[in-house]
Design a protein around this ligand. Structure first.
Ligand code: SF4
Length: 181
């Protein structure tokens, strides 16, 4: 399975969530969540239809020849002229996981020789926009995260749960905790 932005996002939250997702266990209604995100994006940014495009890119993590690590990214809103990735979040809070996700997009675009200057995470409900860059240091950290995600995906056993207090808003809550509280 290729490493995706979703897995990198989840890695910032919970190792077990990465493993469950990679093993095909889905509790969220992904298509509905994606559709809602797109709807918020289109309604909040109607200019998108004219200037932004959807793009899918893939590649291999450099220097991973011994253990090839495939990467794949599907970006809903990309401005190819200015090289800006736009991500729209319906969340009411900014999260480091969102930044990691957009950095992953920038990284895979650049791997493909596509101009990717920076990202903008737009939070319509908060009415704020977060600018995301990808420096050399960020890139090294991201490559380390990609290797960690890959190792987790290969792992045969499911990682331990987080403390329940950190699980309340997780879509896997019932899967991990039902009948055990
Ligand atoms: S419920 Fe908790 S342990 Fe389970 S995947 Fe979510 S955050 Fe991780």
């Amino acid at each position: 399975m290729p490493i995706t932005a979703t897995l990198i996002n989840y890695l910032m939250l919970c190792r077990r969530k990465v493993w469950l997702h990679a093993n095909g266990i889905r509790m969220e209604h992904t298509s509905e969540v994606v559709a809602e995100g797109r709807l918020i994006g289109v309604e909040s940014y109607p200019q998108r239809a004219e200037r932004w495009t959807e793009i899918e890119v893939s590649g291999m993590l450099p220097y991973s020849a011994d253990t090839p690590i495939e990467l794949a990214a599907k970006i809903d809103f990309f401005d190819p002229h200015l090289g800006i990735v736009h991500e729209v979040k319906k969340s009411v809070a900014k999260e480091q996981a969102h930044i990691a996700q957009v950095q992953f997009y920038l990284y895979v675009l650049r791997l493909n020789g596509i101009k990717a200057e920076y990202g903008l995470i737009e939070y319509p409900k908060l009415r704020i926009t977060e600018r995301v860059s990808l420096t050399t240091d960020d890139q090294q950290q991201l490559e380390s995260q990609i290797r960690k995600a890959h190792a987790l995906v290969q792992q045969e056993t499911c990682p331990e749960r987080l403390p329940v207090s950190q699980c309340r808003s997780c879509s896997f809550f019932e899967f991990c905790w039902v009948g055990e509280e």
